[in-house]
Design a protein around this ligand. Structure first.
Ligand code: PA5
Length: 437
């Protein structure tokens, strides 16, 4: 199982800046009790292991006949699939088909590049949007829709929509044009949707057994409802991060996996954490990072900068590689000592050394450890972090499933783009652009 080690957050290890075990336990119990009441219907993400995979498997087996697979989506509708791709099929496009592109921004140059690479005749486009209303996703969809039609290709053969079972423009189009669809269950919110068809469809396409992903998540979900707190690390995680902020003024949470394959997990986690917790003036700031790379970029700041951070390591015990560093240049000590060690050993030793350096300097840090990185443990990591985030939200007394703060920017965009009903916002934009010093 994914293991949480939080010793380096405690008074015992780091003195005054650390937490009292009793406080950790009190708030962990509180987080657990709040979870038990299941206060939000959005907690349905705990049950995604029960979903029916038949349609996903049918569509994914067809998708394997294509040479290119493009995902259009943003936020929770793109970051999860990106993690699955990078973690479970690294360098995918250099090795396997269909080549996968996650177009999750409206950057026109990225779009142009993708279009230049793919042959639309051999491309399947998965438009992912829970609401079916997201401007970035719909804009790129419209362009591709027209391109497919201009080429006299059958839209049913080139699009799959992953969207709400009933609502939104994509659902309307799917019904009208008979586009194959996958359903994101009603109560599942974007950033908690990676284990729904949003991520599972891609997992199947790249050859991952999604059952393993879901099995990992299931094993973690069961732990979240365990009243034995020594078994319920998610409640401990929530308690520690909450107390580090509210009691110790540690307002920044650095997410630091030691694996290139988990680089996207940093992005995914930061979105989950920021959008779930940042409300009502509360919420620690997540900070995406990567080991060992950021030891040569950020570590200086963590060691000697402001006392406002907690570092969360994510470690893989066995990297499944025995690449050995050769014993060369016996007469140069600066090279000789490396000989005979493996790269796996080195990356884990560097993590340990960084952890110890932080601890010896009384910098709060904790770690999540998985034995290996495969679909099963990735499923565990996703679910662990989703549940921990929701529980942390309960402690802050905020709703971890909404995002009211993003609405204003969306409305202003609609106004500027001339959408009916947003004339007032359009006026505000004009006024704003006329401002002078
Ligand atoms: O977590 C969320 O709800 C958001 O980040 C959404 O995923 C994002 O805004 C995209 O929304 P949608 O899937 O409706 O297009």
């Amino acid at each position: 199982m994914v293991r949480l080690d939080y010793l380096n957050l405690t008074y015992k290890e780091i003195g005054e800046v650390g937490l009292d075990i009793k406080d950790i336990e009190i708030f962990a119990k509180k987080a657990y009790e709040m979870m038990l009441k299941k206060p939000y219907k959005e907690l349905d993400f705990l049950n995604l292991h029960n979903q029916d995979l038949l349609k996903i498997k049918q569509l994914s087996s067809k998708a394997k006949d294509y040479d290119y697979f493009i995902i259009l989506g943003i936020g929770g509708s793109a970051l999860g699939p990106k993690v699955i791709l990078e973690a479970l099929s690294p360098f995918h496009n250099l090795r396997r088909k269909p080549k996968v592109f996650v177009y999750d921004n409206v950057d026109p140059v990225t779009f142009k590049n993708i279009i230049e690479i793919v042959d639309l005749k051999r491309t399947l486009i998965n438009v992912i949007s829970k609401s079916g209303t997201t401007v970035e996703t719909l804009a790129s969809f419209l362009i591709l829709w027209k391109m497919i039609r201009d080429k006299k290709l059958n839209v049913r053969q080139h699009f799959v929509f992953t969207t709400d079972p009933e609502k939104g423009s994509l659902r309307v189009l799917a019904n009208e044009y008979g586009i194959p669809t996958l359903e994101i269950p009603k109560n599942i919110v974007g950033r908690y949707s990676v284990l729904s068809p949003v991520g599972v469809f891609l997992a199947e396409i790249i050859g991952t057994e999604s059952e393993s992903l879901l099995e990992g998540a299931k094993d973690i979900s069961e732990k979240a409802l365990n009243d034995d707190l020594s078994e319920n690390s998610m409640a401990i995680f929530a308690s520690c991060t909450y107390l580090m902020d509210t009691m110790k003024g540690r307002r920044i949470l650095v997410f630091l996996p030691y694996s290139d394959r988990l680089k996207s997990l940093s992005e995914w986690f930061c979105q989950l954490w920021a959008e779930s917790l940042g409300k009502e003036g509360k919420g620690p700031t997540p900070y995406p990072s990567l080991g060992t790379t950021d030891q040569h970029s950020q570590l200086q700041l963590w060691m000697e900068g402001p006392e406002d951070k907690v570092i969360l390591f994510v470690c893989i015990e066995n990297h499944n590689s025995q690449e050995e560093i050769p014993q060369e240049f016996h007469n140069i000590e600066g090279l000789k000592y490396l000989g005979g060690h493996t790269l796996s050993e080195l990356i884990n030793i560097e993590q340990l050394a960084t952890e110890m350096a932080l601890t010896m300097s009384k910098k709060p840090n904790f770690k999540l450890v998985i034995p290996r990185l495969n679909a099963y443990y990735l499923g565990q990591l996703f679910q662990f972090l989703q549940i921990s985030t929701a529980m942390t939200g309960f402690l802050y007394n905020v709703n971890p499933f909404n995002q009211p703060g993003v609405e204003l920017g969306k409305r202003l965009t609609y106004g500027a783009m001339g959408r009916r009903g947003f004339e007032e916002e359009a006026e505000k934009i004009k006024k704003y652009l006329r401002r002078k010093i």
